[in-house]
Design a protein. Structure first.
Length: 320
């Protein structure tokens, strides 16, 4: 019988190349002997919220392989850093400066991946008994777009192949009027047909990033899980604020079968993919529950039902 995995926490800051708040990294290490081969790793975006939602949970994990959790976010006091996550977690759609539906700078996922796969990873894992053969990445909403993009990187792109397990929780597929989703589907269709389609720089003829499609052997070998609450659409928030209207419209325009269609397209292109629906959960509730379930899966601990009493109190606001 395995023992609960109490944790030892350390943290550090790294400057962000775009300025503004530093990157804040919290590393939670099980306070027990490492399993044979080392601890698995779980990189979680929206680090402050992830740290809060895993507080007390890791101490109670009774599986044989509890993960080292690396919570990566921004050095702000709020649970989420809305402007910074819009900038850093979203993929580029085309060339030039871009903004999201609420007018915030976006499209910086490639730069953030260089930080995550480089200085963040190197410092977080230094001196720890971990196994890169089980390095997972988890993200929610915009963070889930970042996670999906990581799964679809070309082999020679920065960060490619760094993660063996990718979990995208409640991905904001309506981002940029679903243009990135359309690019990914087009790339997956070509991959399923073994039709190539990129130039020597790894881009489409129109120069778009195209979700990170590789010239050969794409998608990568990472196992992909897409998580979502079954009641996300029915329980979606609808604040009467002009700055949210376009975002609401993009969300409403997304087909109801967008997630299963994406999961099936990934499978057809050769990616090991599963879709997990959490019964009755909203977009916001999927964050804590999906993160905890991912930690339990890595630990080899049993799954649990969502406990509303254990979820963080939600402040008035709007997703993304």
């Amino acid at each position: 019988m395995s023992l609960p995995a109490r944790q030892v926490t350390r943290q550090f800051l790294l400057p962000h190349p775009a300025g503004g708040p530093d990157i804040r990294v919290v590393v939670m290490v099980p306070d027990r002997p490492a399993p044979e081969g080392g601890f698995p790793l779980l990189y979680a975006l929206d680090g402050r919220a992830a740290e809060q939602d895993l507080a007390g949970v890791l101490d109670r994990l009774d599986g044989p392989t509890p993960p080292v959790v690396v919570a990566v976010g921004h050095d702000r006091p709020e649970r989420f850093a809305p402007d910074e996550r819009a900038r850093d977690y979203t993929p580029a759609i085309g060339a030039g400066p871009e903004v999201d539906a609420r007018g915030r700078p976006s499209g910086g996922a490639a730069r953030f991946m260089e930080l995550l796969a480089g200085p963040v990873r190197e410092r977080a894992e230094a001196g720890l008994p971990v196994t890169p053969a089980r390095r997972a990445l988890w993200g929610h909403s915009y963070g889930a777009l970042f996670a999906l993009r990581a799964a679809l990187l070309a082999p020679d792109a920065p960060g490619a192949g760094q993660f063996t397990d990718i979990t995208a929780a409640s991905p904001a597929l309506g981002f940029a009027d679903a243009q990135w989703l359309a690019q990914v589907h087009a790339a997956l269709d070509r991959a399923a047909q073994d039709d190539g389609g990129q130039d020597e720089d790894g881009q489409d003829e129109d120069g778009q990033e195209d979700g990170g499609r590789a010239r050969h052997g794409w998608p990568g070998r990472a196992r992909i899980e897409i998580q979502a609450g079954s009641a996300e659409r029915a329980r979606a928030s609808r604040p009467d604020r002009p700055d949210t209207y376009r975002l609401q419209a993009m969300r409403d325009a997304l087909p109801e079968d967008a997630l299963p269609r994406l999961a099936e397209a990934l499978r057809q292109a050769g990616a090991e993919t599963r879709l997990t629906l959490f019964e009755g959960l909203s977009h916001g509730e999927t964050f804590p529950h999906g993160l905890r379930e991912t930690a339990r899966r890595l630990a080899g601990a049993p799954s649990r039902r969502f406990d509303p009493a254990a979820a963080p109190a939600r402040r008035p606001g709007f997703a993304c």
